[in-house]
Write a protein that binds this ligand. Structure first.
Ligand SMILES: [Fe+2]
Length: 177
């Protein structure tokens, strides 16, 4: 298996691939964080979604996490997602919903260099940065996901939300800063 250790190589390969190839590409990601530093932005209040590249077929996003930041429980809009932990350590909790109850199915710890796959057939999940410092993860989505369902803990119910970028191709999105 040939690893992909270069961002431009990854984008070229994605642009020349069909959807059937994405699963293999998702498992070959070995890109050093130094190549993606210009895409990494942080916010002390929430983890950030930084779009590196987007086409009609895929979306490549760098997630930047301060220690303790986490996602809500969420689905993936019917799409597939590969996660590659580039720095730090994430806890991934897999959740099933039965009769409006959230049931934890499994918990995985993803350390630097480890990968995970998620799609709606596997239920819901949430991610949390459990490192005592920043974490960074690279996410490949097929296709782009603009809305998803997330669990609102205050309202104790799921709701549909629009997904935004904190930055796009390295530039901060003004509305969110
Ligand atoms: Fe997710």
């Amino acid at each position: 298996m040939k690893v992909i250790n270069n961002l431009s190589e990854l984008i070229t390969e994605l642009n020349n691939s069909t959807k059937d190839d994405y699963a293999a590409i998702g498992t070959r990601l070995e890109i050093p964080i130094a190549q993606l530093q210009s895409y990494a932005h942080w916010n002390s209040n929430f983890y950030t979604r930084n779009c590196i590249e987007r086409t009609d077929h895929y979306e490549l996003i760098l997630l930047c996490w301060e220690s303790g930041q986490d996602t809500p429980v969420h689905c993936h809009g019917g799409e597939e997602c590969w996660v590659y932990v580039m720095e730090g350590k994430l806890k991934e909790t897999h959740i099933q919903v039965e009769e409006n109850e959230l049931i934890t199915e499994s918990i995985e710890i993803l350390s630097k260099g480890e990968k995970s796959f998620m799609c709606d057939d596997l239920g819901y999940h949430k991610l949390e940065n459990i490192a005592d410092h920043r974490s960074i993860s690279l996410h490949l989505y097929m296709d782009p996901i603009d809305t998803c369902t997330k669990f609102d803990e205050k309202l104790n119910t799921f709701e549909q939300v629009d997904l935004n970028y904190y930055s796009y191709k390295g530039q901060l999105e003004k509305a969110l800063v």
